[in-house]
Design a protein around this ligand. Structure first.
Ligand code: ZN
Length: 205
């Protein structure tokens, strides 16, 4: 088994008159995040971490801001593409960890909901998603939201699949043999390639 690590960072300025969407969750706030898409700073950082882990480029190479198709797009589309890329590369998520840096709104009261939203979009358990929130102390960046994300991936063990499949195929062949001999009315168990003491229902499971 091989493992890969990925890291992503993103930032967006706050802007009046747009909804605030973080981690795929609509959050009650008087400002949203400016951006070509929905400005979901957290999903953008996670998308970049996933793409980076399999050396597949970055969010801008897949979804250039110059392309009008991505205007106001839901960032879950970007995340889904990154998940496809890691699957194509033969990996799956072990866990992710993130840090949100923003002065407001307070993330504490919605942290559970946020974790569940991100976990659902990533098709992983909320236990495998870390979301920590910090205020930008001493940075003079109260009108900016930033997100950092790290992901750990493990290779999908391809030897498990084919072995299981051949085991199933063998069993299917045996079942076919039994069914054939029963339907044919011959009860000829030599069709199974081995001698059986008699009909045993266990062979049909
Ligand atoms: Zn972004």
């Amino acid at each position: 088994m091989s493992m890969r690590i990925g890291y992503g960072f993103d930032s967006h300025a706050f802007k009046a008159g747009v909804p605030l969407v973080i981690g795929g969750l609509k959050i009650e706030h008087d400002e949203g995040l400016a951006g070509h898409s929905d400005g979901d700073v957290l999903l953008h950082a996670i998308t970049d971490a996933l793409l980076g882990a399999v050396s597949a480029g970055d969010i801008g190479s897949f979804f250039p801001p110059s392309d009008p198709r991505w205007k106001n797009a839901a960032s879950s589309i970007f995340l889904a593409t990154a998940l496809e890329e890691i699957a194509i590369a033969g990996y799956r998520i072990v866990n992710i960890d993130t840090v949100l840096v923003l002065a407001a709104p307070k993330i504490g009261p919605i942290s559970g909901e946020l974790r569940e939203s991100v976990a659902e979009l990533l098709h992983v358990s909320p236990r495998d998603v870390g979301i920590k929130a910090k205020t930008p102390e001493g940075m003079n960046l109260d009108h900016v939201a930033m997100a950092h994300a790290t992901v750990l991936l493990e290779s999908i063990d391809v030897t498990v699949g084919p072995e299981r499949m051949s085991a199933v195929a063998e069993t299917d062949a045996e079942i076919d043999g039994v069914v054939e001999s029963l339907v044919g009315g011959t009860r000829d168990f030599s069709a199974l390639g081995r001698k059986l003491p008699g009909f045993d229902t266990d062979d049909l499971t």
